[in-house]
Design a protein around this ligand. Structure first.
Ligand SMILES: Cc1cc2nc3c(=O)[nH]c(=O)nc-3n(C[C@H](O)[C@H](O)[C@H](O)COP(=O)(O)OP(=O)(O)OC[C@H]3O[C@@H](n4cnc5c(N)ncnc54)[C@H](O)[C@@H]3O)c2cc1C
Length: 324
């Protein structure tokens, strides 16, 4: 019996959300008195995988098939399920990322496992049954669910738990071949067009976001300059994307992307419930709005009442000064 953690990789590195999953999986393994193994998929350097020892992973199995560098659901499910069988894994931990959400239910069907998505806390273990807490209704409520199958799959909500790092531990890395055939890639991406911007919004630790209060695209440099000074990704409210000031892949909220950064700075955004649905699991929310009655202030950890054109340049200067 072991705990298996699914590690997503891109550009040679392990994604942050997978470090969170590794940390979570190691704690579950410790509670069960077993070890945590990982299966790595995607474009990754071996030394990035050995460093998973710092999150408590003892062994990493890597499928080197270059066709896996792009996400292909059927192939990913096959690799993970084969590793789970060969390692006799009873608990599989993955990130509740886009990829995790796409493969979790398919894996559950293939392995006959119970599945909990959007998990925000370690499980309570009662014999062979786990009770896990899930975030539901866009983070407005929690639901405690029982996983009673022998095999369990837990998809951990991004940024819900800290990454714990133990000094100097390394994981061994072994190659694993799932003997994938062309049929496993029957539906595969032909081309990947990366979103603009240096920092991927869904993976960003810091996000600076703008709304209609910016008045027009001619003022968007305020958002970009603050983001650059902080090393943040940029985002926007839906109306801003609808009128074409920004591309739709930057729109966050109920009908856009969900983000969970450590810091979300909202500039000139009113804080409508549909916007909050995509950002309210951010660790710290800072709101800048000239209207003291703006609903976003109720969800904010810090608020600045003021005109964005006056407040943001001061923040940019302050952020630049921190770098000196
Ligand atoms: C089904 C549905 C789904 C939706 N999905 C989404 C979604 O996913 N994401 C989303 O964002 N919205 C979504 N919306 C729209 C949402 O209801 C709001 O209309 C939208 O979020 C408002 O965008 P905003 O805050 O940028 O603009 P506004 O509501 O116009 O707010 C602008 C804010 O800027 C402030 N402001 C004005 N001038 C300044 C200044 N100079 N300095 C500082 N502050 C200033 C104002 O006080 C105001 O609070 C959805 C709506 C529906 C019906």
């Amino acid at each position: 019996m072991s705990v298996l953690v699914v590690i997503e990789c891109a550009n040679g590195e392990v994604k942050k959300s997978s470090l969170e999953a590794a940390s979570y999986g190691s704690k579950v393994a410790a509670a069960l008195g077993t070890s945590a193994t990982a299966v790595a998929i995607g474009d990754v350097q071996a030394d990035a995988l050995t460093r998973l020892g710092e999150q408590g992973i003892t062994k990493v199995l890597l499928d080197n098939d270059s066709r896996l560098h792009n996400f292909v659901g059927a192939a990913y499910v096959k690799v993970i399920s084969k590793v789970a069988e060969s390692e006799n894994s009873s608990v599989i931990v993955l990130s509740n990322s886009n990829i995790g959400a796409a493969i979790g239910s398919r894996l559950a069907v293939k392995l006959g496992a119970s599945l909990a998505t959007n998990v925000v806390a370690l499980p309570q273990i009662n014999g062979s049954s786990f009770t896990v807490r899930r975030g539901v209704f866009s983070g407005k409520a929690f639901s405690d669910v029982e996983l009673s199958s022998d095999k369990k799959i837990i998809a951990v909500k991004k940024n819900a738990l800290d990454i714990e790092t133990a000094a100097e531990a390394t994981a061994t890395v072994e190659n694993f071949s799932a003997d994938l055939s062309d049929a496993d890639f029957a539906t595969a991406p032909k081309e990947t067009i990366k979103q603009s911007g240096d920092i991927l919004l869904t993976e960003a630790d810091l996000v600076v976001s703008g709304g209609r209060g910016l008045k027009g695209p001619e003022n968007w440099h305020l958002i970009e300059d603050l983001a650059k000074a902080l090393g943040a990704a940029t985002a926007c409210s839906k109306p801003v994307a609808d009128v074409g000031w920004r591309p739709h892949h930057e729109h966050v909220g109920q009908t856009g992307i969900t983000v969970s950064p450590n810091l979300y700075i909202a500039v000139g955004i009113s804080g409508a419930i549909q916007h909050l649905a995509g950002v309210n699991s951010s660790k710290v929310i800072v709101v800048i709005n000239k209207d003291p009655e703006a609903p976003f202030f109720k969800a904010a950890d810090y608020g600045i009442v003021g005109d964005a054109t006056e407040v943001v340049p001061k923040l940019i200067e302050a952020a630049k000064a921190l770098d000196k």
